[in-house]
Design a protein around this ligand. Structure first.
Ligand code: GLV
Ligand code: GLV
Length: 325
């Protein structure tokens, strides 16, 4: 009989339809964000799952779901997975790399530009009916073209942002990453490797595009913000928790840095109240990959992983090598 697959949140009906041709599908048409106990109850009798990045898959859940063989995340990040626990339990994890790279880089650049040029702050002013006059410094922001673009985390998305900056905006691109790119990729991105302190000190616009791990927790905190230029901006399209949001709110309030653009937050969907109080931050609700075409491609890749895994035993974009139980 067909494997049983849970789809943890509402996704495109046509993708549910495709999955239904291969599996006994249980969808979440009400789009309820299940708590961990509810998720276990839904997943107990399932062989596979499609998750969206906000369902935690850990040892406790796995122990209660012994049939589970694969969890396909509809996200490139998979910090919702306890990868070691999944591997030990013989559970395959997959993510959705590549299909969202350019779209996410577009959004990172949009957020950078909106932040540097104070677009949302200016719009709020206009909407509030406060535009009466011209003044020489009205919403005067920081320069984008020709400035120094600093990228922390130089994976596929970081490289796509580097290309935009170098080739489209004549920016000087510096980056820091756990490992250096090879010379050809560095040349394509016109990016120069620097140590983290140099990156912080020289950034006009610092863009975070690294995965969230215990090592990257609070990679940007008060000490790092203190090393940045007072004119610099900070852009986070990676994950909440990479930035210490309390320290950032304080730095923005004190104008230790000029501005921030944030698509991700510690403990989202809650947002640190200090960030809501300061004008010099552009805030978006974790939408960097949200175009219709890219979200569909992500859903289809997650579905393809489930189909390939149950048909051939091999996932297309695995994130771990599960042990045979
Ligand atoms: C979204 O945040 C993703 O990881 O794809
Ligand atoms: C993350 O791995 C990325 O695609 O940049």
């Amino acid at each position: 009989s067909k494997p049983r697959v849970l789809i943890a949140r509402k996704i495109f009906p046509e993708v549910v339809q495709r999955l239904s041709q291969h599996f006994h599908v249980q969808a979440n048409d009400a789009d309820t964000p299940w708590n961990p106990a509810e998720l276990v109850a839904q997943l107990q009798d399932k062989d596979g799952a499609l998750t969206t990045g906000s369902q935690r898959i850990d040892g406790e859940l796995l122990a209660a779901c012994p049939r589970l063989k694969i969890v396909a995340n509809m996200a490139v990040g998979y910090n919702n997975f306890d990868v070691a626990a999944m591997s030990a339990a013989g559970v395959q994890g997959t993510n959705t790399p590549d299909v969202l790279t350019e779209t996410t880089a577009d959004f990172g650049f949009a957020l950078l530009m909106a932040t540097a040029r104070r677009m949302t702050e200016a719009e709020h002013y206009l909407r509030a009916g406060r535009w009466r006059n011209w003044s020489y410094d009205m919403f005067a922001g920081g320069e984008v073209h020709g400035s120094t673009l600093a990228i922390l985390g130089m994976g596929r998305i970081g490289q796509a942002i580097a290309r935009r900056g170098a080739h489209g905006f004549g920016m000087r691109v510096i980056y820091h990453n756990r490992s250096r790119l090879d010379a050809q990729l560095e040349a394509e991105c016109r990016a120069t490797y620097v140590d983290k302190n140099t990156l912080l000190a020289q950034a006009d616009h610092l863009v975070l595009v690294l995965p969230y791990t215990p090592e990257s927790h609070h990679a940007i905190g008060a000490a790092e913000l203190a090393r940045m230029k007072p004119t610099a901006t900070l852009i986070n399209i990676a994950r909440g928790g990479i930035v210490d949001d309390a320290a950032l709110a304080q730095a923005l309030k004190d104008r230790r840095i000029a501005a921030a653009g944030l698509d991700v937050f510690e403990g989202e969907p809650r947002v640190h109240p200090g960030l809501l109080e300061v004008p010099n931050v552009v805030l978006t609700p974790h939408i960097a990959s949200a175009t219709v075409a890219t979200r569909l491609a992500m859903a289809n890749l997650a579905a393809d992983n489930l189909i390939a895994f149950f048909e051939t035993g091999r996932a297309l974009t695995p994130v771990n090598a599960p042990q045979t139980p």
